[in-house]
Write a protein that binds this ligand. Structure first.
Ligand code: PTT
Ligand code: SF4
Length: 608
């Protein structure tokens, strides 16, 4: 086989046993890699109903056939597991040298199960695996722990680390790498923490095989050049994702006051233009010629790497003005290894609960000192921080019915930084995302803004399914960065060409879409297996967007229409071959070679 190694590494932390699992070529042709491989492995290996924070849960760290080969923005990998935040399928995508080295170990993925008795870390060098003590690293920030590990294992290795957030099992703790890359929003860091695994250090020296080197080199060179000569390149290099602050303000989707509004009068205090003035460094992922990690000096003059989501959620959403203060909270979140999107939601929710006197403590909107204290307390689960560490869904449930009306999440994962009062298809994207409310699978709001902002149309749903297939299906399984396409318009056709050159198998974009459909349907089956009380309500966006209209900006008075939304959801199910409950039909499962899920779904919910 070219492009794939055909085997994965299986590590049991409880027994400290390691084995190699060979996978049939069919597995790769049907799932490609990354998210696809991870979803199938979790279905096969995880016991149904497993407690995500128990030793029996599995974590899959998977690259894809294009990861970390010399082609545009390829240095990514997927970290997946059953999520402690949602109790469903969870994953994240991280750009890191760990992707480069994992690809060169001779394995397509590392699967980790069991739990250590005492804190430790894994050292993987090609097929050699060592278990090391990490008691001296436990309690250290993700930055400090990585520095210490690097002083032992050197610069030529990849590091995936958790911070105190992961150690104390904050339900939205992430995995951190290279002081500012963070992945695994739905609590992938907490899963590692529950296994007492502080870090994974990866070195690899083997070269992945490429079927048609000459063709690969030609297509890849052409693609790199296209990126460089694209119209949007210069602005991208200057601002990266931070350019979205002004765009969101202009289009009334900048999350403001716990997603009450889509505009904020002080947006300029956190804008990309201001960031440009404060920028001291630019970082990025391996093999990327559009490096977008914008580093500024924060309020304490420490380096902090900014992205749109971080700044909107820790800025406008909690009314914290002043980019340097926002950058400080962002840097602390990275050190602690907690997701900034969920953190910004938890803080916004808590501030609103405080305003409505549903909690004893009074926390004012935008109070920097309080935000800093709450962030650190959350990461360590101290005092009220233990409450915030549970995430918005659980916080709301414990405060009662009124609180559920302003809890901004889908299936337990907090919403990322686009307000959807006036964006019905984006609301549907959050509703049907395979990990809970994340924008990664379909950023359809830019299409809505360009076309028919307030329409509830079948055309939008078709576009949404296409975006999911490309972003959540193709990019997550190949596994490379989607931004060359999304931000500077690299033609999608480069990807089947590159995949064909690497694997020696002829792929078209349509073949990849079939794989994407399989991945979405398998992940849906996984959710249903784990949530035996499945119903279409789980695909609904936050109730606030239906009930409380915007009171400011160009869309004043607008809110989502419940009946119209349901019409779109029905179309979505029809296009995916799922029934009106959002459950895959038996014929769809058979068509996608997912027959193995049928007996399980039949038993859990009954199939149509
Ligand atoms: C991603 C999510 C995002 S998406 C952002 S900013 W974005 C937030 N970043 C966080 C952070 O930083 N620190 C932190 N403690 N928490 C954070 N939470 C948020 O996590 C990221 C880039 C970005 S920046 C985006 S859009 C693209 N995402 C991609 C994706 O998902 N898939 C893919 N194939 N390519 C992508 N390219 C872009 O990568 P999650 P990264 Mg990320 C500091 O992790 O769980 O997927 O959530 O990995 O290496 O930092 O790159 O405006
Ligand atoms: Fe990483 Fe940004 Fe490059 Fe994507 S565009 S690979 S996120 S540096």
């Amino acid at each position: 086989m070219h492009g794939w190694w055909g085997k994965v590494l299986y590590v049991d932390l409880t027994t400290k046993r390691v084995k190699e699992i060979k996978l049939d070529a069919k597995y790769y042709l049907e799932y490609i890699g990354g998210r696809g491989l991870a979803a199938r492995l979790l279905w096969d290996l995880n016991p149904p109903g497993v407690d995500p924070l128990s030793p029996y849960n599995h974590v899959v760290i998977a690259a894809g056939p294009l990861s970390s080969l010399p082609l545009p923005s390829s240095g990514k990998l997927v970290i997946a597991s059953k999520s402690p935040l949602t109790n469903g399928y969870g994953d994240g995508n991280i750009g890191t040298m760990a992707s480069y080295y994992l690809r060169r170990t001779g394995y397509d993925a590392v699967i980790i199960t069991g739990a250590l008795r005492k804190p430790g870390y894994l050292y993987i060098e090609n097929s050699k695996v060592d278990f090391h003590d990490a008691e001296d690293l436990w309690g250290k920030s993700a930055f400090e722990a990585e520095d210490k590990l690097m002083s032992v294992h050197g610069k030529n290795a990849g590091y995936l680390v958790i911070g105190p957030g992961g150690e104390s099992e904050v339900r939205y703790a992430t995995v951190v790498s290279q002081r500012g890359r963070s992945g695994g929003r739905p609590g992938m860091g907490a899963v590692l923490g529950s296994k007492k695994l502080k870090a994974i250090v990866i070195k690899g020296t083997l070269e992945p095989s490429i079927a048609n080197r000459e063709e690969f080199r030609k297509v890849s060179e052409e693609a790199f050049k296209k990126v460089l000569s694209s119209d949007g390149y210069n602005f991208w290099i200057r601002q990266g994702t931070m350019g979205t602050i002004v765009w969101s303000q202009q289009n009334s989707c900048l999350p403001t006051m716990n997603f009450r509004e889509g505009v904020w009068e002080y947006y300029e205090s956190i804008s990309g233009d201001l960031m440009e003035k404060l920028k001291v460094e630019r970082r990025g992922c391996p093999y990327c010629n559009m490096q977008c990690g914008n580093v500024v000096l924060d309020f304490s003059l420490e380096k902090s790497e900014l992205d749109y989501e971080n700044v909107a959620m820790l800025g406008s959403n909690i009314l914290l003005s002043d980019l340097r203060r926002v950058a400080e909270i962002n840097r602390i979140a990275d050190e602690m290894g907690v997701d900034t999107i969920s953190l910004g939601n938890a803080l916004g929710f808590y501030m609103e609960a405080s305003e409505r006197k549903l909690v004893e403590e009074r926390v004012e909107w935008g109070d920097f000192r309080e935000v800093k204290r709450l962030t650190l307390d959350t990461a360590h689960r101290r005092g009220v921080g233990a409450f915030l560490a549970e995430g918005v869904m659980r916080m709301a449930r414990s405060l009662g019915k009124e609180a559920e009306e302003f809890a901004i999440h889908v299936k337990g994962l907090e919403v990322s930084a686009y307000d959807c009062h006036a964006a019905p298809a984006m609301a549907l994207a959050y509703g049907t995302s395979p990990i809970g409310a994340h924008h990664k699978d379909a950023w359809i709001i830019s299409y809505e803004v360009r076309t028919d902002r307030l329409g509830y149309t079948r055309e939008k749903v078709e576009r949404l399914v296409f975006l999911q297939d490309m972003r959540g299906g193709m990019y997550e399984s190949l596994t490379t960065c989607r931004l060359p396409w999304v931000e500077v318009g690299l033609d999608l056709e480069y990807y089947p060409r590159l995949l064909s050159a690497v694997t020696g198998v002829a792929w078209t974009l349509n073949d990849i879409r079939v794989v994407a459909s399989r991945i979405y349907t398998l992940i849906r089956a996984y959710w249903i297996r784990e949530h035996r009380d499945w119903s279409r309500e789980k695909d609904y966006p936050p109730v606030r967007w239906f009930k409380q209209p915007l009171t400011k900006g160009p869309f004043t008075g607008v809110k989502l229409d419940f009946n119209e939304f349901n019409k779109m959801l029905d179309w979505y199910y029809e296009m995916r071959g799922w029934d009106t409950r959002g459950i895959p039909k038996e014929e769809t499962l058979r068509k996608l070679n997912l027959d193995f899920t049928i007996p399980v779904l039949q038993e859990v919910v009954g199939l149509k």
